[in-house]
Design a protein. Structure first.
Length: 122
């Protein structure tokens, strides 16, 4: 399945995760990873919100990881509660949000998706 802009990309295997993680790292774009679980009510609540953000913010890569499917990835990022959103740039964690605060999530995405102003070289 080819990754498309404007949608949340589900990673269902370590191979898919590694591929998408590498694409995100190479792109230098903001990557927002939603650590979720099928049995988690708040995760189901925030999923359509994240899908809306993905449609509007095509300059950001949105990934979804089910903690039960990819337990090793969840452990790697110290995910202890769902949903947990991990923000990364060039493979480095720059921010983390636990919970379903839509405004906090949107503000963090907008803040971190904006590239720092380049210094003008005359």
């Amino acid at each position: 399945m080819a990754a498309e802009e404007g949608q949340v990309i589900g990673c269902h295997s370590i191979e898919e995760w590694n591929d998408e993680f590498q694409k995100g790292k190479d792109s230098k774009k903001l990557v927002v990873v939603d650590f979720t679980a099928s049995w988690c009510g708040p995760c189901r609540f925030i999923a359509p919100v994240l899908a809306e953000f993905a449609k509007k913010m095509t300059h950001v890569i949105f990934l979804k990881v089910d903690v039960d499917e990819l337990e090793s990835v969840s452990k790697q990022y110290d995910v202890e509660a769902m949903p947990t959103f991990v923000f990364m740039k060039e493979g480095e964690i720059i921010h983390k949000i636990v919970g379903t605060n839509k405004d906090e999530l949107q503000n963090a995405i907008v803040k971190h998706a904006t590239a720092p102003a380049a210094t003008a070289s005359a």
